[in-house]
Design a binder for this molecule. Structure first.
Ligand code: C2O
Ligand code: CU
Ligand code: CU
Length: 425
């Protein structure tokens, strides 16, 4: 398949100067099956380097598989061949550019798409409609150009004024009472945390970050860090209108430098993402399975424990702004920050010393969150590390040797240097 990155797209019904994969925001939904070789030619028609990252896939970082170090210059193209292993979980993933320094700019301008792995162990969910809800945010100026954030917004992590679902502003989702819809919600926002609620209706979560939970879980609110995905079952029993909102979420502050930006814009009030409208004759809803095929926590003994510290400090003199560091350093692609023995299990404690949340993300090797997060034991690939808090992770570094990265998925922070490398061998 070919993905062309170019300027110009229809967005929220208007012609925009946004960037797009194949002319649409979001880009086309890619579908693969376990055992497939995903071949994609990325053609770069924008005026800055870019590349492609398949977020959350447990694939080899070797060669061009999941390589954040690839640079595709303007006018060039690159052929990706990503081998999805035969035992890969089926679920909801996504893709976006990952060229250090412009990741936030490029996603904010429209470059993101869903990536679904089909097949795999089938828990036999009685789903009538299967929908992707890729949530992004954007700020446009009067001329329909993507607005650039100021330094303060970058440091806080930019949040767009418009929150879009599949490139549309507050779309309507229709359903018949009794039908079971599966919503694959992707938080494709650069910095915004989504605190999802379906008003007057509960959400049943069945998966997080592309893998099933041990059992369906009823939730009033589902919190997604940037990059997280949740698969939700929605089962309206009567006709009505139900707003899907993101409730206020306080991401913390820049401390002394903060002022007006404290909490981030979305701390101020709820935002409507979409409206579910149900009408018609109710059909009886089928029962959900009691158990789901969740991957279990690796029980192998932990061969090594590490502490990783996310911090914000004053930037270098004359640079202005703040430094966003991991273990006191900003990103250097040539340096190995952690060296891990292949096929071992490690425990990492990620400590956040700053007055603001960060979102820890590791490529290629998904982890289990042991403490400090609502869904303890569940496998995921992005986890919020609360301001002045920490999380403990168990990470099986299995299957693939190679070099990749971990970083803050508040992507402005990643671009400001909050990224580091891991070399598994
Ligand atoms: Cu979704 Cu390293 O990124
Ligand atoms: Cu990723
Ligand atoms: Cu951060």
């Amino acid at each position: 398949m070919t993905l062309t990155v170019a300027q110009g797209a229809r967005l929220a019904g208007r012609e925009m100067s946004a960037w797009a994969f194949n002319g649409t925001c979001p880009g086309p939904t890619l579908r693969v099956r376990p055992g497939d070789l995903l071949r994609a030619r990325l053609i770069n028609h924008i005026d800055q380097p870019t590349n492609l990252h398949t977020h959350g896939l447990h694939v080899s970082p070797h060669g061009n598989g999941d390589n954040p170090f690839v640079t595709i210059e303007p006018g060039d193209s690159f052929d990706y061949a990503i081998a999805v292993p035969a035992d890969h979980p089926a679920g909801t993933f996504w893709y976006h550019p990952h060229h250090h320094g412009t990741v936030a700019d490029q996603i904010f301008a429209g470059l993101a798409g869903a990536l679904l792995v089909d097949g795999g162990p089938d828990p036999d969910l009685p789903v009538t409609d299967d929908l992707v809800l890729l949530v992004t945010d954007i700020t446009l100026d009067g001329a329909g150009r993507v607005a650039a954030p100021n330094m303060m917004a970058r440091m806080m992590g930019r949040e767009g004024e418009l929150v879009l679902v599949n490139g549309q502003h507050q779309p309507v989702i229709t359903a018949v009472p009794g039908a079971v819809q599966r919503w694959r919600v992707v938080n494709g926002c650069v910095s915004r945390v989504l605190a999802l609620r379906l008003r007057e209706h509960r959400l049943t979560q069945v998966a997080l970050d592309g893998v099933f939970l041990p059992a369906p879980a009823d939730r009033d609110q589902v919190v997604l860090a940037p990059g997280n995905r949740a698969d939700l079952l929605v089962r309206p029993t009567r006709s009505g209108r139900y707003a899907l909102v993101s409730e206020p979420y306080d991401r913390g502050s820049l401390g002394m430098m903060g002022g007006m930006t404290d909490g981030g814009p979305s701390a101020a009030g709820p935002v409507t993402l979409a409206t579910l409208v149900t009408s018609g004759t109710a059909t009886p809803s089928a029962a959900l399975p009691a158990r789901l095929p969740a991957p279990s926590i690796p029980s192998d003994s932990v061969s090594r424990r590490r502490q990783i510290t996310f911090a914000m400090g004053m930037g270098r003199m004359g640079m202005g702004g703040m430094a966003f560091t991991i273990d006191g350093r900003t990103f250097d692609p040539g340096r190995d920050d952690q060296t891990v023995a292949l096929d071992t299990v490690e425990e990492w404690t990620v400590v956040n010393t700053s007055p603001m949340d960060h979102a820890f993300h590791l490529h290629a090797w998904p982890f289990h969150v042991l403490t400090g997060a609502p869904a303890a034991g569940v496998r995921q690939d992005v986890v919020l590390v609360p301001a002045r808090g920490s999380v403990r992770l168990r990470i099986p570094f299995t299957d693939y040797p190679g070099r990749s990265v971990y970083h803050c998925h508040v992507l402005d922070h990643e671009d400001l240097g909050m990224m580091a490398t891991v070399n598994v061998r």
